[in-house]
Design a protein around this ligand. Structure first.
Ligand SMILES: Nc1nc2c(ncn2[C@@H]2O[C@H](COP(=O)(O)OP(=O)(O)OP(=O)(O)O)[C@@H](O)[C@H]2O)c(=O)[nH]1
Ligand SMILES: [Mg+2]
Length: 223
């Protein structure tokens, strides 16, 4: 299966024009408009959607805040398991961003974990407007088994996903490069994974213009 796949790309192929399109997209008003706790209360199908998924505490809410340039749009926390529902944010009249509950946090009750898994699973499988999932991976740790489980699920459901390393300000450069190479290599074996692995730091703003640019391309193609 991997023979006809493109080579693993280390850097996104983005020019100044694409970066500017990303800046303009994310300069628009962004506001929370909907929260869903079950698959039955998802918002109506409307704009193209980008969802942010990853382990608890990986930095999903912080990344949404960094993309939109708003410190407190999505609620962030030192306590893992903080985001407990699917939170929908409307970005101008172009796109919807979806902040999801994290997985893999042992201290959340089994019942609650099971209900989040059902909710995320139902959303990913049944959302025609979902353009891409950003699967966030902590740059200090790389893939864990729970990430692999969700990647398999996305492959099966044909949900196209983009791997985004978070907290890239934390590891040493050499460790970061090792983790990125390992993540890119493993992602290349997954049919629905986008070949570019982006490195970001919500804290330092690293990789944010590039991610905005990639999402702007999707907004164009989806509307
Ligand atoms: N060093 C560093 N820390 C970060 C970065 N992004 C987020 N964090 C920290 O990581 C912790 C979790 O961030 P959140 O954005 O709340 O993570 P989350 O994935 O939304 O967490 P849940 O909603 O609980 O699943 C917070 O203490 C953030 O300050 C980053 O780029 N660099
Ligand atoms: Mg969160």
């Amino acid at each position: 299966m991997s023979d006809d796949r493109p080579e693993v790309q280390q850097e996104p192929d983005l020019d100044a024009e694409a970066v500017e399109a990303g800046r303009l997209l994310f300069a628009q008003e962004c506001a929370f408009f909907w929260a869903a706790t079950t698959a039955n209360d998802l918002p109506p199908i409307e704009l193209p959607e980008i969802a942010f998924l990853g382990r608890s505490n990986v930095g999903k809410s912080s990344l949404i805040n960094a993309l939109t340039g708003r410190n407190a749009l999505a609620r962030t926390s030192n306590t893992p398991g903080r985001t407990r529902q699917l939170n929908f944010f409307r970005l101008g009249d172009r796109m919807t961003l979806v902040d999801m509950p994290g997985y893999g946090y042992a201290k959340v009750s089994r019942t609650e974990t099971a209900s989040w898994v059902r909710l995320i699973d139902a959303y990913l499988r049944g959302r025609p407007t979902l353009q891409r999932l950003c699967l966030l991976i902590d740059a200090r740790h790389g893939f864990k088994d729970s990430d692999r489980d969700w990647m398999k699920m996305c492959d099966q459901a044909a949900v196209s996903y983009q791997i985004v390393l978070t907290k890239a300000d934390e590891p040493k450069q050499s460790e970061l490069e090792r983790t990125r190479a390992a993540v890119a290599k493993e992602a290349a074996g997954h049919v629905a994974a986008h070949p570019v692995v982006l490195e970001t730091s919500a804290r330092e703003g690293r990789g944010i213009p590039e991610l905005r640019a990639m999402l702007a391309r999707l907004a164009e193609s989806g509307s």
